[in-house]
Design a protein around this ligand. Structure first.
Ligand code: ZN
Ligand code: ZN
Length: 170
């Protein structure tokens, strides 16, 4: 795997060199396709520093201002610019509205232009996001979960199990 803290990476959607934009509030650089499609690449776990409305992304907004970006086919599969693995399309949250490309090898995520704003508009807080994940899990495995909870209650595991669930993020 390449280290992208200093080197420019190629945009996985349009192939243009991505530009590093420094985000002072988070203290990190993110890779933005400013001369191509407007996509953004986040390293492992970086996206969660930007997905809430209270988290400042003003440097990004000024980069995007008055710019036209190349249209790309969002259904195309992408190759991770860091490790060359095929990326997997996943919903960014339990709301299943926005699909992002995710690299299972390095944890990097690629968002097409406009997707970050959509993700940020979905939830007010990280707690809301997490509880939606739990609700979604519950609706998928409701019966098994009920059964599991009963077993947990019997073995007095209940509270620690639930507190672990609360910590699950998308
Ligand atoms: Zn691009
Ligand atoms: Zn990767």
């Amino acid at each position: 795997m390449k280290d992208n803290t200093e080197f420019e990476i190629d945009c996985p959607a349009c192939g243009k060199k991505m530009k590093k934009i420094y985000m002072p509030e988070q203290g990190i650089n993110i890779d933005v396709c400013v001369n191509g499609c407007g996509g953004i690449f986040f390293d492992n776990r970086e996206l969660e520093k930007f997905d809430e409305n209270k988290e400042d992304i003003s440097p990004l907004i000024s980069v995007f201002e008055n710019k036209k970006f190349k249209k790309v086919d969002e259904t195309d599969f992408r190759i991770c610019p860091l490790c060359g693995q095929k990326m997997v399309k996943n919903y960014a949250s339990a709301k299943k509205e926005v699909q992002v490309d995710e690299c299972y090898s390095c944890g990097g995520k690629f968002l097409d232009y406009g997707e970050l704003e959509k993700i940020r508009a979905q939830y007010e807080t990280e707690e809301e996001r997490a509880s939606d994940v739990i609700y979604e899990l519950y609706s998928q495995v409701g019966i098994e979960l009920e059964d599991f909870k009963r077993k947990c209650a019997k073995s007095k595991m209940n509270s620690s199990f639930l507190s672990k669930l609360i910590k699950i993020k998308y």
